[in-house]
Design a binder for this molecule. Structure first.
Ligand code: VGL
Ligand code: ZN
Length: 212
């Protein structure tokens, strides 16, 4: 079994002070850096996704004439209207400054098509287009993913569910994740959904001890 670490959207806009700030989003960075150190040691690939939108993305409330943080529909799919965030090439889309970026061996961008949102690191929300992540993981013969990042109830959840349906074994490090929590229990529910679908939920320490 070949494993990789998959870090979801550890970007400035999802951290306190960012455009779509997730409560304690920045507290995932120290967890990610510990995981990165251990995985580098073990010779694993370290893969990171970046939410990467054009300025005219229609998931942005302002571009669709909607109120931010409310629910609507975009091209027939349910859509939360988000504040403008993670605009390609801008600092909000950068990885958090404390993340050990040098150790990342593959970066995948998602959300470039203005007409459809893309929570998963594998496919857009309508599964119309693939990002190339699955293909790349196949080329490396990676069959197991250890996942953490932002946000638990959106990009982490949909990445994990897609990974499981694509046949990967998935371990989720819950303390390396934080949720948007539009409803207070969304993060908790997302973890249950991932577990139900077959993800193994582990603490950082327990997982690190399996590596040693
Ligand atoms: C995300 C909302 C909009 C995420 C991305 O990374 O979870 N959430 N775009
Ligand atoms: Zn986004």
């Amino acid at each position: 079994m070949t494993s990789a670490l998959l870090l979801i959207d550890l970007q400035n806009d999802f951290c306190p002070g960012g455009a779509l700030a997730v409560t304690e989003g920045d507290q995932t960075i120290a967890v990610a850096n510990q995981a990165i150190a251990a995985c580098s040691n073990a010779g694993w690939h370290i893969v990171a996704s970046q939410d990467w939108h054009p300025e005219n993305h229609r998931s942005f409330a302002v571009n669709s004439g909607q109120q931010a943080w409310t629910l609507g529909e975009l091209e027939g799919l349910p859509q939360v209207w988000w504040p403008a965030h993670c605009i390609e090439q801008q600092s909000g889309a950068d990885f958090h400054p404390e993340l050990n970026k040098a150790a990342i061996t593959f970066v995948v961008h998602k959300g470039q098509n203005a007409d459809i949102d893309s929570y998963s690191a594998f496919f857009d929300n309508g599964k119309l287009a693939a990002t190339g992540l699955d293909e790349w993981l196949h080329q490396q013969q990676i069959t197991h993913l250890v996942v953490m990042g932002l946000a638990t109830d959106y990009c982490v959840k949909f990445s994990v569910l897609d990974a499981l349906s694509l046949g990967y074994q998935v371990t989720l490090i819950a303390e390396g994740c934080r949720a948007v929590n539009l409803a207070a229990s969304d993060g908790e529910q997302a973890i249950l959904d991932m577990q139900q679908a077959g993800a193994q939920i582990q603490t950082l320490q327990t997982w690190l001890s399996t590596l040693a």
